[in-house]
Design a protein around this ligand. Structure first.
Ligand SMILES: *Cc1c(COP(=O)(O)O)cnc(C)c1O
Length: 452
């Protein structure tokens, strides 16, 4: 099937929302402002938001607010609505399942859709070996369970995470996450036996992949000891940390060392998974086969679902009753995941992610050629970022980044920032966005940078 209707450049399917950018009020408009005022009265201050709008609909490449403003979506709700918001296959599957049954608890009375999602994860994740999966509600919960499984399997306790890593906001995953503000500050004490080592950040460390791996491995061996280490956890491309793509040879060296030392290698693909990077999983880009892979975000088009998938003998280490949760693998979320996976596999979405990547790279590199304040454009597929620097010193420029993002927001383009130094704008458009709208969004970004 063709993904894009050539006549309108609008995505096929999705709610019948006009695929246009239209901002007719200042943001927030009056209706959104009213709702956001209620938000600040009713919702805890810690739950912040970056777009000053209240949403009423979304689909294709737009998000529509309560005042009728239509915004270009370059964020996909943080890499979640990869197949597109309110995707027709997902909406139909959710409605049908909700009418059938909404919950039984898989640990009490199981159902087929959970088993089907597990089978799909086992089939789609890299590695030609026997695999098993378990389902949870959020990325952080998947990461916590991957660590539980690795500890039970190895009988060891220590876990290694990396500089610039992000793994969630629960207690154990705060410990694994690198950045203090806003994720950790004031929320300690953190879980013990978590150690952080430097990874590979080619723009800033100037090391080759093997050199960066050797640096990390030496620290692990000298300061932790391989015999104490249960798992190494890393995002193949670091997301919140700044879309950092490791140098060639880094990840394979860490995988090889882990294997040689019976350490469980966990790839956190919560953000990179499910076609986002132009491969079903980013591990494929680097030719690695992780022992365990954590997934969430793009897996179910916005329904809360997460998974841990990996080598059957490791996954089976936990005793019966040791894994689970009331809602994990909820039937409505599983129905959404099966519909989304159908779209990933059969609607050309991996190819579409690559096309979007070509458009993003071409345009952003074009801007960079005439503007040295963009220090680097990097990423894979529909996961691309620009890092903003002081052209003289190469130092991170967070103020410029914030100014560009703010100008984009005011013009009706949803962009997200990231990076340890707050100096990265990341582009994560839904794969249902049309080329015209994507191009217009990038025009706005270019104008925002020129005016900053
Ligand atoms: C978002 C994210 C998480 C946490 O997922 P939640 O669903 O927010 O708990 C974990 N790891 C990575 C790589 C993420 O991007």
């Amino acid at each position: 099937m063709t993904l894009i209707d050539e006549t309108t450049s609008a995505p096929t399917g999705g709610p019948a929302l006009a695929q246009v950018r239209r901002v007719t009020t200042p943001l927030p408009g009056p209706r959104s402002a009213e709702i956001l005022a209620r938000k600040s009265d009713a919702v805890a201050a810690g739950v912040a938001h970056s777009m000053p709008v209240s949403v009423v609909a979304a689909g294709g490449g737009v998000v529509v607010d309560a005042d009728g403003n239509s915004l270009i979506d370059l964020g996909s709700g943080i890499a979640v609505t990869t197949v597109g918001n309110a995707h027709p296959k997902v909406a139909a599957a959710v409605a049908a399942q909700a009418a059938q049954f909404t919950h039984t608890c898989f640990m009490v009375s199981p159902y087929e859709s959970y088993v089907e999602v597990a089978e799909a994860l086992n089939r789609l994740t890299p590695g030609d070996f026997a695999k098993k999966s378990a389902l949870f509600n959020s990325g952080a919960e998947a990461v916590e369970n991957a660590i539980k499984i690795a500890r039970k399997h190895t009988g060891r306790q220590a876990v290694v995470a990396f500089d610039h890593g992000y793994h969630g906001r629960t207690n154990l995953t705060m410990a694994l996450t690198a950045k203090s503000m806003p994720y950790k500050s004031g929320f300690g004490p953190f879980a013990p036996e978590v150690y952080r080592v430097p990874g590979s950040y080619p723009l800033r460390d100037g090391l080759t992949g093997p050199e960066a791996a050797a640096r990390a491995i030496t620290l692990i061996e000298k300061q932790i000891g391989a015999g104490n280490l249960a798992a190494v956890i890393i995002e193949p491309i670091q997301g919140e940390g700044g879309f950092i793509v490791p140098a060639d040879g880094f990840l394979d060296a860490i995988v090889e060392w882990s294997r040689a030392n019976d350490v469980v290698f966990i790839a956190d693909e919560v953000q990179t998974g499910f076609a986002r990077t132009g491969a079903m999983f980013a591990s494929e880009i680097f030719g690695i086969e992780p022992d365990l892979i954590t997934t969430a975000k793009g897996i179910a088009a916005g329904l809360p679902l997460a998974g841990v998938t990996g080598r059957a003998e490791i996954m089976d280490a936990a005793h019966a009753g040791g894994l689970g949760g009331t809602y994990g693998g909820n039937p409505i979320a599983c129905a959404a995941a099966l519909a989304a996976i159908d779209a990933f596999e059969n609607d050309g979405l991996i190819e579409r992610a690559r096309q979007i990547g070509e458009i993003l790279f071409a345009r952003l590199n074009d801007i960079r050629e005439n503007d040295p304040r963009i220090g680097e454009v990097r990423g894979h597929g529909a996961m691309v970022a620009a890092e903003f620097v002081n052209p003289e010193t190469g130092e991170p420029d967070a103020a410029l980044t914030a100014a560009v993002a703010k100008a984009c927001v005011a013009e009706g383009v949803i962009v997200l920032t990231c990076g340890t130094f707050g100096n990265v704008i990341r582009f994560l458009p839904p794969l249902s966005i049309g080329d015209d709208l994507l191009g217009e969004g990038l025009d706005v970004v270019a104008a925002a940078l020129a005016g900053a």
